[in-house]
Design a protein around this ligand. Structure first.
Ligand code: AGP
Length: 608
Protein backbone atom coordinates (compact mmCIF):
# COMPACT_ATOMS: atom_id res chain seq x y z
CA UNK A 1 0.00 0.00 0.00
CA UNK A 2 1.25 3.54 -0.62
CA UNK A 3 0.35 7.08 0.37
CA UNK A 4 -0.79 9.75 -2.06
CA UNK A 5 -1.23 13.50 -1.45
CA UNK A 6 -2.02 16.26 -3.92
CA UNK A 7 -2.84 19.95 -3.66
CA UNK A 8 -3.88 22.80 -5.94
CA UNK A 9 -4.67 26.26 -4.66
CA UNK A 10 -3.23 29.60 -3.67
CA UNK A 11 -0.54 28.25 -1.30
CA UNK A 12 2.85 26.64 -1.98
CA UNK A 13 2.05 23.01 -2.81
CA UNK A 14 5.28 21.17 -1.89
CA UNK A 15 5.25 21.85 1.89
CA UNK A 16 1.59 20.83 2.11
CA UNK A 17 2.29 17.65 0.18
CA UNK A 18 5.33 16.72 2.26
CA UNK A 19 3.42 17.40 5.47
CA UNK A 20 0.60 15.18 4.27
CA UNK A 21 2.96 12.39 3.20
CA UNK A 22 4.49 12.40 6.67
CA UNK A 23 1.07 11.53 8.07
CA UNK A 24 0.82 8.67 5.54
CA UNK A 25 4.24 7.10 6.01
CA UNK A 26 2.53 4.27 7.86
CA UNK A 27 1.12 3.25 4.49
CA UNK A 28 4.55 2.57 3.08
CA UNK A 29 7.94 4.12 3.54
CA UNK A 30 10.62 2.73 1.26
CA UNK A 31 10.78 5.71 -1.14
CA UNK A 32 8.98 8.97 -1.83
CA UNK A 33 8.60 11.69 -4.44
CA UNK A 34 6.88 14.98 -5.31
CA UNK A 35 6.01 16.71 -8.59
CA UNK A 36 5.07 20.41 -8.65
CA UNK A 37 4.19 22.72 -11.54
CA UNK A 38 6.73 25.52 -11.15
CA UNK A 39 5.12 28.00 -13.51
CA UNK A 40 6.63 26.66 -16.70
CA UNK A 41 7.10 22.93 -16.26
CA UNK A 42 6.50 19.95 -13.96
CA UNK A 43 9.43 19.73 -11.53
CA UNK A 44 9.85 16.23 -10.07
CA UNK A 45 12.03 15.12 -7.18
CA UNK A 46 12.08 11.60 -5.75
CA UNK A 47 14.33 9.45 -3.58
CA UNK A 48 14.68 5.99 -2.10
CA UNK A 49 14.48 5.75 1.68
CA UNK A 50 12.23 7.41 4.21
CA UNK A 51 10.40 10.61 3.51
CA UNK A 52 13.08 12.49 5.48
CA UNK A 53 15.47 11.93 2.57
CA UNK A 54 13.13 13.75 0.19
CA UNK A 55 12.44 16.49 2.74
CA UNK A 56 16.16 17.06 3.02
CA UNK A 57 16.62 16.96 -0.76
CA UNK A 58 13.96 19.62 -1.29
CA UNK A 59 14.63 21.60 1.89
CA UNK A 60 11.09 20.91 3.03
CA UNK A 61 9.76 21.82 -0.38
CA UNK A 62 11.52 25.18 -0.62
CA UNK A 63 13.38 24.11 -3.78
CA UNK A 64 10.06 23.26 -5.45
CA UNK A 65 7.95 26.43 -5.72
CA UNK A 66 4.52 26.09 -7.30
CA UNK A 67 0.82 26.03 -6.49
CA UNK A 68 -0.13 22.57 -7.64
CA UNK A 69 1.47 19.20 -7.14
CA UNK A 70 1.25 15.52 -6.27
CA UNK A 71 3.31 13.38 -3.91
CA UNK A 72 3.75 9.72 -3.00
CA UNK A 73 5.27 7.55 -0.28
CA UNK A 74 5.79 4.00 -1.46
CA UNK A 75 5.51 0.40 -0.27
CA UNK A 76 7.13 -1.48 -3.13
CA UNK A 77 5.16 -4.06 -5.07
CA UNK A 78 6.63 -4.06 -8.59
CA UNK A 79 10.31 -3.05 -8.55
CA UNK A 80 12.59 -2.68 -5.55
CA UNK A 81 12.73 0.56 -3.58
CA UNK A 82 14.92 2.95 -5.63
CA UNK A 83 15.04 6.51 -6.95
CA UNK A 84 13.98 5.27 -10.39
CA UNK A 85 11.06 3.20 -9.09
CA UNK A 86 9.84 5.91 -6.76
CA UNK A 87 6.77 7.86 -7.82
CA UNK A 88 5.80 10.20 -9.50
CA UNK A 89 6.32 8.62 -12.88
CA UNK A 90 6.24 10.77 -16.01
CA UNK A 91 6.09 10.57 -19.77
CA UNK A 92 9.37 11.12 -21.61
CA UNK A 93 8.84 14.86 -22.02
CA UNK A 94 7.96 15.25 -18.34
CA UNK A 95 4.69 16.95 -19.27
CA UNK A 96 2.52 14.33 -17.58
CA UNK A 97 3.14 13.05 -14.03
CA UNK A 98 1.28 10.37 -12.08
CA UNK A 99 1.33 8.86 -8.60
CA UNK A 100 -0.41 5.53 -7.96
CA UNK A 101 -1.46 3.31 -5.11
CA UNK A 102 -2.53 -0.19 -6.17
CA UNK A 103 -1.56 -2.72 -8.83
CA UNK A 104 -2.10 -2.56 -12.59
CA UNK A 105 -2.64 -6.24 -13.25
CA UNK A 106 -2.35 -6.02 -17.04
CA UNK A 107 0.70 -3.80 -17.09
CA UNK A 108 2.88 -6.32 -18.91
CA UNK A 109 0.77 -6.59 -22.10
CA UNK A 110 0.18 -2.85 -22.02
CA UNK A 111 3.91 -2.25 -21.65
CA UNK A 112 4.63 -4.48 -24.65
CA UNK A 113 2.08 -2.60 -26.79
CA UNK A 114 3.54 0.75 -25.77
CA UNK A 115 7.08 -0.42 -26.48
CA UNK A 116 5.97 -1.42 -29.96
CA UNK A 117 4.77 2.16 -30.40
CA UNK A 118 8.21 3.43 -29.46
CA UNK A 119 7.77 4.11 -25.77
CA UNK A 120 10.79 3.50 -23.54
CA UNK A 121 10.62 2.57 -19.87
CA UNK A 122 13.13 3.52 -17.21
CA UNK A 123 11.63 1.81 -14.13
CA UNK A 124 10.51 -1.70 -13.12
CA UNK A 125 7.14 -0.47 -11.93
CA UNK A 126 3.63 -1.13 -13.18
CA UNK A 127 2.83 2.53 -12.54
CA UNK A 128 5.10 3.86 -15.26
CA UNK A 129 2.82 2.42 -17.93
CA UNK A 130 0.12 4.78 -16.68
CA UNK A 131 2.30 7.81 -17.49
CA UNK A 132 3.05 6.47 -20.96
CA UNK A 133 -0.54 5.46 -21.60
CA UNK A 134 -1.75 8.92 -20.58
CA UNK A 135 0.77 10.35 -23.01
CA UNK A 136 -0.51 8.02 -25.72
CA UNK A 137 -4.15 9.06 -25.23
CA UNK A 138 -3.54 12.74 -24.52
CA UNK A 139 -4.55 14.89 -27.51
CA UNK A 140 -5.12 18.12 -25.60
CA UNK A 141 -8.02 16.95 -23.41
CA UNK A 142 -6.83 15.68 -19.96
CA UNK A 143 -10.20 14.22 -18.91
CA UNK A 144 -10.49 12.28 -22.13
CA UNK A 145 -6.95 10.92 -21.71
CA UNK A 146 -7.62 9.88 -18.11
CA UNK A 147 -10.88 8.10 -18.86
CA UNK A 148 -9.40 6.29 -21.85
CA UNK A 149 -6.60 4.99 -19.66
CA UNK A 150 -9.09 3.83 -17.03
CA UNK A 151 -10.94 1.84 -19.66
CA UNK A 152 -7.70 0.06 -20.61
CA UNK A 153 -6.15 -0.79 -17.27
CA UNK A 154 -7.17 -3.68 -15.01
CA UNK A 155 -6.44 -3.93 -11.32
CA UNK A 156 -6.55 -1.40 -8.50
CA UNK A 157 -5.60 2.23 -8.47
CA UNK A 158 -5.78 5.52 -6.64
CA UNK A 159 -4.22 8.11 -8.93
CA UNK A 160 -3.02 11.70 -8.79
CA UNK A 161 -2.26 13.13 -12.23
CA UNK A 162 -0.80 16.42 -13.56
CA UNK A 163 -0.70 17.77 -17.12
CA UNK A 164 1.82 20.56 -17.79
CA UNK A 165 -0.54 21.99 -20.41
CA UNK A 166 -3.19 22.43 -17.69
CA UNK A 167 -1.36 23.75 -14.62
CA UNK A 168 -4.61 24.95 -13.11
CA UNK A 169 -6.00 21.45 -12.86
CA UNK A 170 -5.19 18.25 -10.97
CA UNK A 171 -6.85 14.94 -11.78
CA UNK A 172 -7.60 12.02 -9.51
CA UNK A 173 -9.16 8.61 -10.08
CA UNK A 174 -9.94 5.61 -7.94
CA UNK A 175 -10.68 1.91 -8.21
CA UNK A 176 -10.31 -0.38 -5.15
CA UNK A 177 -7.56 1.68 -3.53
CA UNK A 178 -8.78 4.42 -1.18
CA UNK A 179 -8.73 8.06 -2.22
CA UNK A 180 -10.40 11.10 -0.73
CA UNK A 181 -10.75 14.64 -1.97
CA UNK A 182 -10.64 17.59 0.43
CA UNK A 183 -11.51 21.23 -0.04
CA UNK A 184 -11.06 24.52 1.83
CA UNK A 185 -10.85 28.22 1.00
CA UNK A 186 -7.22 27.83 -0.07
CA UNK A 187 -7.77 25.08 -2.59
CA UNK A 188 -8.39 21.39 -3.10
CA UNK A 189 -6.59 18.26 -1.90
CA UNK A 190 -6.37 14.56 -2.65
CA UNK A 191 -5.12 12.00 -0.14
CA UNK A 192 -5.09 8.28 0.52
CA UNK A 193 -6.39 8.83 4.05
CA UNK A 194 -7.86 11.56 6.22
CA UNK A 195 -4.88 12.29 8.57
CA UNK A 196 -2.91 13.66 5.59
CA UNK A 197 -5.19 16.67 5.13
CA UNK A 198 -6.99 16.94 8.48
CA UNK A 199 -4.77 19.92 9.34
CA UNK A 200 -6.19 21.81 6.35
CA UNK A 201 -9.78 20.72 6.05
CA UNK A 202 -12.50 18.57 7.58
CA UNK A 203 -14.62 18.63 4.43
CA UNK A 204 -13.88 15.51 2.45
CA UNK A 205 -15.40 13.48 -0.38
CA UNK A 206 -14.85 9.71 -0.46
CA UNK A 207 -14.24 8.76 -4.10
CA UNK A 208 -16.09 5.71 -5.36
CA UNK A 209 -14.75 3.15 -7.77
CA UNK A 210 -14.07 4.37 -11.30
CA UNK A 211 -14.76 7.98 -10.47
CA UNK A 212 -12.57 10.80 -11.72
CA UNK A 213 -12.09 14.17 -10.05
CA UNK A 214 -10.87 17.40 -11.59
CA UNK A 215 -9.51 19.73 -8.91
CA UNK A 216 -8.93 23.45 -9.42
CA UNK A 217 -7.87 26.11 -6.96
CA UNK A 218 -11.47 27.24 -6.62
CA UNK A 219 -13.50 24.43 -8.12
CA UNK A 220 -14.03 20.69 -7.89
CA UNK A 221 -15.89 18.42 -10.30
CA UNK A 222 -16.45 14.67 -10.26
CA UNK A 223 -17.00 12.51 -13.34
CA UNK A 224 -17.82 8.93 -14.13
CA UNK A 225 -15.36 6.90 -16.13
CA UNK A 226 -17.56 7.80 -19.12
CA UNK A 227 -17.02 11.52 -18.51
CA UNK A 228 -20.54 12.11 -17.12
CA UNK A 229 -20.60 14.81 -14.46
CA UNK A 230 -21.38 13.47 -10.99
CA UNK A 231 -22.47 15.26 -7.85
CA UNK A 232 -21.11 13.92 -4.56
CA UNK A 233 -21.98 14.68 -0.94
CA UNK A 234 -19.13 15.81 1.28
CA UNK A 235 -18.49 14.31 4.71
CA UNK A 236 -17.37 16.35 7.71
CA UNK A 237 -14.62 14.62 9.66
CA UNK A 238 -15.11 14.90 13.42
CA UNK A 239 -11.78 13.45 14.51
CA UNK A 240 -9.54 15.96 16.25
CA UNK A 241 -6.09 16.33 14.74
CA UNK A 242 -4.45 14.84 17.86
CA UNK A 243 -6.33 11.61 17.31
CA UNK A 244 -4.09 11.08 14.34
CA UNK A 245 -0.95 12.10 16.15
CA UNK A 246 1.02 10.46 18.95
CA UNK A 247 -0.43 12.57 21.72
CA UNK A 248 2.78 12.50 23.71
CA UNK A 249 3.39 8.76 23.57
CA UNK A 250 6.76 7.51 22.29
CA UNK A 251 5.08 5.43 19.60
CA UNK A 252 1.71 5.26 17.93
CA UNK A 253 1.54 1.64 19.03
CA UNK A 254 1.83 2.53 22.73
CA UNK A 255 -0.72 5.34 22.31
CA UNK A 256 -3.09 2.98 20.59
CA UNK A 257 -2.64 0.29 23.26
CA UNK A 258 -3.63 2.88 25.83
CA UNK A 259 -6.62 3.88 23.74
CA UNK A 260 -8.04 0.36 24.01
CA UNK A 261 -10.32 1.11 26.98
CA UNK A 262 -11.84 3.95 24.97
CA UNK A 263 -12.16 2.01 21.74
CA UNK A 264 -13.87 -0.85 23.59
CA UNK A 265 -16.24 1.64 25.17
CA UNK A 266 -16.83 3.43 21.87
CA UNK A 267 -17.58 0.13 20.14
CA UNK A 268 -19.94 -1.37 22.71
CA UNK A 269 -21.78 1.64 24.16
CA UNK A 270 -23.68 2.75 21.05
CA UNK A 271 -25.01 -0.79 20.75
CA UNK A 272 -26.23 -1.32 24.30
CA UNK A 273 -29.78 -0.04 24.83
CA UNK A 274 -31.59 -0.65 28.14
CA UNK A 275 -29.75 -3.86 28.90
CA UNK A 276 -30.15 -5.17 25.38
CA UNK A 277 -27.76 -5.29 22.45
CA UNK A 278 -29.03 -3.50 19.35
CA UNK A 279 -26.90 -3.78 16.22
CA UNK A 280 -29.01 -1.76 13.78
CA UNK A 281 -26.36 -1.78 11.08
CA UNK A 282 -26.82 -5.55 10.75
CA UNK A 283 -29.95 -4.83 8.68
CA UNK A 284 -31.21 -8.24 9.79
CA UNK A 285 -34.38 -9.03 11.69
CA UNK A 286 -34.33 -11.38 14.65
CA UNK A 287 -36.02 -13.94 12.41
CA UNK A 288 -33.24 -13.62 9.82
CA UNK A 289 -30.66 -14.00 12.59
CA UNK A 290 -32.42 -17.16 13.74
CA UNK A 291 -32.28 -18.57 10.20
CA UNK A 292 -28.47 -18.46 10.02
CA UNK A 293 -27.26 -22.03 9.74
CA UNK A 294 -23.52 -21.44 9.45
CA UNK A 295 -21.09 -18.54 9.68
CA UNK A 296 -17.94 -18.18 7.59
CA UNK A 297 -15.45 -15.69 9.03
CA UNK A 298 -12.76 -14.54 6.59
CA UNK A 299 -9.88 -12.20 7.35
CA UNK A 300 -6.09 -11.82 7.45
CA UNK A 301 -3.52 -11.54 10.21
CA UNK A 302 -4.78 -10.18 13.49
CA UNK A 303 -8.26 -9.80 12.07
CA UNK A 304 -8.15 -13.52 11.36
CA UNK A 305 -7.13 -14.13 14.95
CA UNK A 306 -10.16 -12.13 16.08
CA UNK A 307 -12.15 -14.49 13.91
CA UNK A 308 -10.65 -17.52 15.64
CA UNK A 309 -11.75 -16.09 18.99
CA UNK A 310 -15.18 -15.36 17.52
CA UNK A 311 -15.54 -19.00 16.47
CA UNK A 312 -15.25 -20.15 20.10
CA UNK A 313 -17.56 -17.43 21.40
CA UNK A 314 -20.27 -17.72 18.72
CA UNK A 315 -20.27 -21.53 18.83
CA UNK A 316 -20.20 -21.43 22.63
CA UNK A 317 -23.01 -18.92 23.09
CA UNK A 318 -25.14 -19.13 19.94
CA UNK A 319 -24.41 -22.76 18.95
CA UNK A 320 -24.00 -21.78 15.28
CA UNK A 321 -21.23 -23.65 13.43
CA UNK A 322 -18.42 -21.26 12.51
CA UNK A 323 -15.68 -21.78 9.94
CA UNK A 324 -12.72 -19.38 9.99
CA UNK A 325 -10.47 -18.88 6.95
CA UNK A 326 -7.52 -16.72 6.12
CA UNK A 327 -8.78 -14.72 3.17
CA UNK A 328 -5.93 -15.68 0.86
CA UNK A 329 -6.96 -19.32 1.26
CA UNK A 330 -10.72 -18.80 1.17
CA UNK A 331 -10.81 -17.14 -2.20
CA UNK A 332 -8.90 -19.92 -3.95
CA UNK A 333 -10.22 -23.07 -2.28
CA UNK A 334 -13.63 -22.98 -3.96
CA UNK A 335 -15.31 -22.74 -0.54
CA UNK A 336 -18.56 -24.58 0.13
CA UNK A 337 -21.15 -21.95 0.97
CA UNK A 338 -24.56 -23.46 1.59
CA UNK A 339 -28.02 -21.95 1.96
CA UNK A 340 -28.38 -20.30 5.34
CA UNK A 341 -24.70 -19.36 5.46
CA UNK A 342 -23.58 -15.89 6.48
CA UNK A 343 -20.15 -14.50 5.63
CA UNK A 344 -18.39 -12.10 7.97
CA UNK A 345 -15.21 -10.34 6.86
CA UNK A 346 -13.08 -8.58 9.44
CA UNK A 347 -10.69 -5.82 8.46
CA UNK A 348 -9.23 -2.80 10.25
CA UNK A 349 -8.26 -0.95 7.08
CA UNK A 350 -11.11 -2.17 4.94
CA UNK A 351 -8.63 -2.28 2.06
CA UNK A 352 -6.92 -5.66 2.46
CA UNK A 353 -6.94 -7.09 -1.03
CA UNK A 354 -7.42 -10.72 -0.04
CA UNK A 355 -10.26 -9.91 2.31
CA UNK A 356 -11.93 -7.66 -0.27
CA UNK A 357 -11.64 -10.45 -2.81
CA UNK A 358 -13.20 -12.92 -0.38
CA UNK A 359 -16.07 -10.49 0.12
CA UNK A 360 -16.60 -10.26 -3.63
CA UNK A 361 -16.39 -14.04 -4.05
CA UNK A 362 -19.09 -14.49 -1.40
CA UNK A 363 -21.34 -11.83 -2.91
CA UNK A 364 -20.86 -13.28 -6.39
CA UNK A 365 -22.23 -16.54 -5.01
CA UNK A 366 -25.28 -14.73 -3.68
CA UNK A 367 -24.34 -14.64 -0.01
CA UNK A 368 -24.76 -11.63 2.22
CA UNK A 369 -21.57 -10.26 3.71
CA UNK A 370 -21.22 -8.44 7.00
CA UNK A 371 -18.10 -6.31 7.31
CA UNK A 372 -16.49 -5.68 10.69
CA UNK A 373 -14.43 -2.65 9.64
CA UNK A 374 -12.62 0.24 11.27
CA UNK A 375 -12.00 2.69 8.44
CA UNK A 376 -15.16 4.51 7.47
CA UNK A 377 -15.74 4.67 3.74
CA UNK A 378 -13.16 2.01 2.99
CA UNK A 379 -13.63 -0.41 0.10
CA UNK A 380 -14.84 -3.29 2.28
CA UNK A 381 -17.17 -0.98 4.19
CA UNK A 382 -18.68 0.22 0.92
CA UNK A 383 -19.04 -3.17 -0.72
CA UNK A 384 -20.31 -5.23 2.23
CA UNK A 385 -24.07 -5.71 2.48
CA UNK A 386 -23.88 -4.40 6.04
CA UNK A 387 -21.11 -2.90 8.11
CA UNK A 388 -20.53 -3.04 11.84
CA UNK A 389 -17.89 -0.40 12.46
CA UNK A 390 -15.29 -0.83 15.18
CA UNK A 391 -15.07 2.72 16.46
CA UNK A 392 -11.31 2.59 17.14
CA UNK A 393 -10.46 5.80 15.29
CA UNK A 394 -7.39 6.07 13.07
CA UNK A 395 -4.91 3.28 13.81
CA UNK A 396 -1.47 4.34 12.62
CA UNK A 397 0.91 1.73 14.03
CA UNK A 398 1.39 -1.13 11.60
CA UNK A 399 0.81 -3.65 14.41
CA UNK A 400 -2.84 -3.47 15.29
CA UNK A 401 -3.89 -3.29 18.93
CA UNK A 402 -6.94 -1.09 19.56
CA UNK A 403 -8.69 -2.11 16.35
CA UNK A 404 -8.10 -5.76 17.18
CA UNK A 405 -9.58 -5.25 20.66
CA UNK A 406 -12.56 -3.49 19.11
CA UNK A 407 -13.01 -6.41 16.71
CA UNK A 408 -13.14 -8.80 19.66
CA UNK A 409 -15.92 -6.95 21.46
CA UNK A 410 -17.84 -6.46 18.23
CA UNK A 411 -17.82 -10.22 17.77
CA UNK A 412 -18.81 -10.80 21.41
CA UNK A 413 -21.85 -8.59 20.90
CA UNK A 414 -22.77 -10.39 17.71
CA UNK A 415 -22.55 -13.73 19.54
CA UNK A 416 -24.64 -12.45 22.44
CA UNK A 417 -27.27 -11.05 20.08
CA UNK A 418 -27.52 -14.30 18.16
CA UNK A 419 -27.67 -16.36 21.35
CA UNK A 420 -30.42 -14.16 22.74
CA UNK A 421 -32.64 -14.24 19.64
CA UNK A 422 -32.26 -18.00 19.63
CA UNK A 423 -33.37 -18.21 23.24
CA UNK A 424 -30.10 -19.82 24.30
CA UNK A 425 -29.33 -17.37 27.09
CA UNK A 426 -31.86 -16.34 29.71
CA UNK A 427 -32.22 -12.76 30.93
CA UNK A 428 -30.02 -13.42 33.96
CA UNK A 429 -27.17 -14.89 31.95
CA UNK A 430 -27.50 -12.16 29.33
CA UNK A 431 -27.43 -9.51 32.04
CA UNK A 432 -24.31 -11.06 33.52
CA UNK A 433 -22.60 -11.14 30.12
CA UNK A 434 -23.54 -7.50 29.57
CA UNK A 435 -22.12 -6.59 32.94
CA UNK A 436 -18.85 -8.37 32.17
CA UNK A 437 -18.71 -6.63 28.79
CA UNK A 438 -19.13 -3.23 30.41
CA UNK A 439 -16.30 -3.99 32.86
CA UNK A 440 -13.75 -4.73 30.16
CA UNK A 441 -12.55 -1.13 29.60
CA UNK A 442 -11.65 -0.63 33.27
CA UNK A 443 -10.05 -4.06 33.47
CA UNK A 444 -7.96 -3.32 30.39
CA UNK A 445 -6.96 -0.03 32.02
CA UNK A 446 -5.80 -1.93 35.12
CA UNK A 447 -3.70 -4.31 33.04
CA UNK A 448 -2.11 -1.47 31.08
CA UNK A 449 -1.00 -0.03 34.40
CA UNK A 450 1.29 -3.07 34.81
CA UNK A 451 3.49 -1.94 31.93
CA UNK A 452 6.62 -1.45 34.06
CA UNK A 453 6.35 -5.00 35.42
CA UNK A 454 5.98 -6.41 31.91
CA UNK A 455 8.78 -4.19 30.60
CA UNK A 456 11.13 -5.47 33.29
CA UNK A 457 10.36 -9.06 32.33
CA UNK A 458 10.54 -8.35 28.60
CA UNK A 459 14.02 -6.86 28.84
CA UNK A 460 15.29 -10.35 29.80
CA UNK A 461 14.28 -11.62 26.36
CA UNK A 462 15.94 -9.03 24.16
CA UNK A 463 18.27 -11.78 22.86
CA UNK A 464 15.65 -14.52 22.59
CA UNK A 465 15.78 -16.72 19.50
CA UNK A 466 12.51 -18.66 19.82
CA UNK A 467 9.49 -18.00 21.98
CA UNK A 468 6.40 -20.23 22.14
CA UNK A 469 2.84 -19.27 22.99
CA UNK A 470 0.50 -22.05 24.09
CA UNK A 471 -3.14 -22.21 25.14
CA UNK A 472 -6.33 -24.24 24.86
CA UNK A 473 -9.69 -23.08 23.47
CA UNK A 474 -9.90 -19.28 23.33
CA UNK A 475 -6.46 -19.24 24.95
CA UNK A 476 -5.11 -20.77 21.76
CA UNK A 477 -6.77 -17.98 19.78
CA UNK A 478 -5.07 -15.31 21.87
CA UNK A 479 -1.75 -17.17 21.64
CA UNK A 480 -1.92 -16.72 17.87
CA UNK A 481 -2.26 -12.98 18.31
CA UNK A 482 0.39 -12.73 21.01
CA UNK A 483 2.85 -14.57 18.80
CA UNK A 484 2.15 -12.37 15.78
CA UNK A 485 2.54 -9.18 17.81
CA UNK A 486 5.95 -10.33 19.01
CA UNK A 487 7.15 -11.43 15.57
CA UNK A 488 6.01 -8.45 13.58
CA UNK A 489 7.56 -5.72 15.74
CA UNK A 490 10.56 -7.38 17.46
CA UNK A 491 11.55 -9.80 14.67
CA UNK A 492 11.96 -12.53 17.32
CA UNK A 493 10.72 -15.84 15.94
CA UNK A 494 7.79 -17.28 17.82
CA UNK A 495 5.07 -19.85 17.32
CA UNK A 496 1.61 -20.25 18.78
CA UNK A 497 0.45 -23.75 19.51
CA UNK A 498 -2.63 -25.44 20.88
CA UNK A 499 -1.14 -26.46 24.24
CA UNK A 500 -2.17 -30.07 23.82
CA UNK A 501 -0.55 -30.26 20.40
CA UNK A 502 2.99 -29.18 21.29
CA UNK A 503 3.98 -32.68 22.41
CA UNK A 504 3.22 -34.03 18.92
CA UNK A 505 6.57 -32.83 17.52
CA UNK A 506 7.35 -29.19 18.13
CA UNK A 507 8.26 -29.81 21.79
CA UNK A 508 11.57 -31.07 20.40
CA UNK A 509 12.51 -27.41 19.94
CA UNK A 510 12.26 -26.64 23.65
CA UNK A 511 15.71 -26.18 25.15
CA UNK A 512 17.15 -24.84 28.39
CA UNK A 513 15.81 -21.32 28.90
CA UNK A 514 13.34 -21.33 26.01
CA UNK A 515 10.51 -19.00 26.95
CA UNK A 516 7.04 -20.52 26.77
CA UNK A 517 4.10 -18.18 27.35
CA UNK A 518 1.18 -20.27 28.61
CA UNK A 519 -2.23 -18.60 28.52
CA UNK A 520 -4.68 -20.34 30.84
CA UNK A 521 -7.99 -18.61 31.52
CA UNK A 522 -10.47 -21.44 31.08
CA UNK A 523 -11.06 -22.93 34.52
CA UNK A 524 -12.14 -26.34 33.20
CA UNK A 525 -8.82 -26.59 31.35
CA UNK A 526 -6.49 -25.31 34.09
CA UNK A 527 -5.24 -28.80 35.01
CA UNK A 528 -4.64 -29.73 31.35
CA UNK A 529 -2.64 -26.60 30.69
CA UNK A 530 -0.63 -27.09 33.88
CA UNK A 531 0.30 -30.54 32.58
CA UNK A 532 1.56 -28.93 29.38
CA UNK A 533 3.54 -26.42 31.43
CA UNK A 534 5.14 -29.28 33.37
CA UNK A 535 5.99 -31.01 30.06
CA UNK A 536 7.90 -28.02 28.72
CA UNK A 537 9.54 -27.23 32.02
CA UNK A 538 10.85 -30.78 32.14
CA UNK A 539 12.71 -29.90 28.97
CA UNK A 540 14.24 -26.73 30.36
CA UNK A 541 11.66 -24.12 29.40
CA UNK A 542 11.08 -20.92 31.37
CA UNK A 543 7.31 -20.43 31.62
CA UNK A 544 5.40 -17.17 31.78
CA UNK A 545 1.76 -17.89 32.64
CA UNK A 546 -1.12 -15.51 31.90
CA UNK A 547 -4.05 -16.64 34.00
CA UNK A 548 -7.04 -15.65 36.13
CA UNK A 549 -6.72 -14.20 39.55
CA UNK A 550 -7.34 -17.08 41.93
CA UNK A 551 -5.59 -19.74 39.82
CA UNK A 552 -2.93 -20.20 42.49
CA UNK A 553 -2.21 -23.78 41.41
CA UNK A 554 -0.37 -22.47 38.37
CA UNK A 555 2.19 -20.71 40.58
CA UNK A 556 3.75 -24.03 41.47
CA UNK A 557 4.23 -24.86 37.78
CA UNK A 558 5.06 -21.53 36.11
CA UNK A 559 8.13 -19.35 36.71
CA UNK A 560 6.43 -16.00 36.18
CA UNK A 561 2.69 -15.32 36.44
CA UNK A 562 0.57 -12.42 35.17
CA UNK A 563 -2.89 -12.41 36.69
CA UNK A 564 -6.01 -11.19 34.89
CA UNK A 565 -9.11 -9.77 36.58
CA UNK A 566 -12.18 -11.99 36.60
CA UNK A 567 -14.47 -11.95 33.58
CA UNK A 568 -16.63 -14.52 31.84
CA UNK A 569 -14.82 -17.29 29.98
CA UNK A 570 -15.84 -15.87 26.59
CA UNK A 571 -14.22 -12.47 27.09
CA UNK A 572 -10.82 -13.39 28.52
CA UNK A 573 -9.01 -12.74 25.23
CA UNK A 574 -9.70 -9.01 25.66
CA UNK A 575 -7.69 -9.10 28.89
CA UNK A 576 -5.00 -11.68 28.09
CA UNK A 577 -3.94 -9.73 25.01
CA UNK A 578 -2.84 -6.73 27.08
CA UNK A 579 0.24 -8.28 28.76
CA UNK A 580 1.05 -9.98 25.45
CA UNK A 581 0.94 -6.67 23.56
CA UNK A 582 3.06 -5.00 26.24
CA UNK A 583 5.54 -7.89 26.19
CA UNK A 584 5.93 -7.66 22.40
CA UNK A 585 6.25 -3.87 22.55
CA UNK A 586 8.97 -3.85 25.19
CA UNK A 587 10.98 -6.68 23.62
CA UNK A 588 10.90 -4.71 20.36
CA UNK A 589 11.87 -1.52 22.16
CA UNK A 590 14.78 -3.26 23.91
CA UNK A 591 15.92 -4.56 20.53
CA UNK A 592 15.87 -1.08 19.05
CA UNK A 593 13.25 -1.97 16.46
CA UNK A 594 11.09 0.62 14.72
CA UNK A 595 7.94 -0.30 16.58
CA UNK A 596 5.48 1.73 14.49
CA UNK A 597 6.98 0.88 11.10
CA UNK A 598 8.41 -2.66 11.27
CA UNK A 599 10.59 -3.74 8.37
CA UNK A 600 8.92 -5.36 5.33
CA UNK A 601 5.41 -4.45 6.55
CA UNK A 602 2.75 -1.86 5.75
CA UNK A 603 -0.42 -0.92 7.56
CA UNK A 604 -2.74 -2.28 4.97
CA UNK A 605 -1.83 -4.94 2.44
CA UNK A 606 -3.75 -3.85 -0.63
CA UNK A 607 -1.94 -6.34 -2.86
CA UNK A 608 -2.22 -10.14 -3.08
C1 AGP B 1 -1.66 -6.85 12.49
O1 AGP B 1 -0.81 -6.47 13.57
C2 AGP B 1 -0.91 -6.98 11.21
N1 AGP B 1 -0.29 -5.75 10.90
C3 AGP B 1 -1.67 -7.59 10.05
O2 AGP B 1 -1.70 -8.96 10.31
C4 AGP B 1 -3.13 -7.12 9.83
O3 AGP B 1 -3.93 -7.56 10.90
C5 AGP B 1 -3.64 -7.79 8.54
O4 AGP B 1 -2.85 -7.36 7.48
C6 AGP B 1 -5.11 -7.47 8.24
O5 AGP B 1 -5.27 -6.11 8.05
P1 AGP B 1 -6.76 -5.52 8.03
O6 AGP B 1 -7.36 -5.77 9.39
O7 AGP B 1 -6.59 -4.06 7.73
O8 AGP B 1 -7.53 -6.23 6.96
Amino acid sequence: MCGIVGYIGNRQAAPIILDGLAKLEYRGYDSAGVAVFDGSKIHTEKAAGRLAVLEHLTRGGETMPGFSGIGHTRWATHGAPSDLNAHPHTNKQGTIAVVHNGIIENYIPLKKKLEKKGYEFVSETDTEILAKLLDYYYKGNPLEAVTKVLHRVEGSYALGIMFADFPGELYAARKDSPLIVGRNDDGCFIASDVPAILKYTRTVYYMDNQEVACLKADDLQFYSVDEEELSKESVTIDWDADAAEKAGYEHFMLKEMYEQPKTITDTISPRIHENDIVIEELNMSDEELREIRKIHIVACGSAYHAGVTAKYVIEGLARIPVEVDVASEFRYRNPILEQGAMVIVISQSGETADTLAALRESKARGFKVLGIVNVVGSSIAREADSVMYTWAGPEIAVATTKAYSAQLVAMYMLAMKMAKVRGLVDEKTFGSLLSDLRCLPDQVEMLLAQKEKIQHFANRYVGAKDIFFIGRGVDHAISLEGSLKLKEISYVHSEAYAAGELKHGTISLIEDGTLVVAVSTQEDLFAKTISNIVEVKARGAFVMAVTNEGNKAIEKAADYVVYLPETCNWFTNSLAIIPLQLFAYYVALARGCDVDKPRNLAKSVTVE
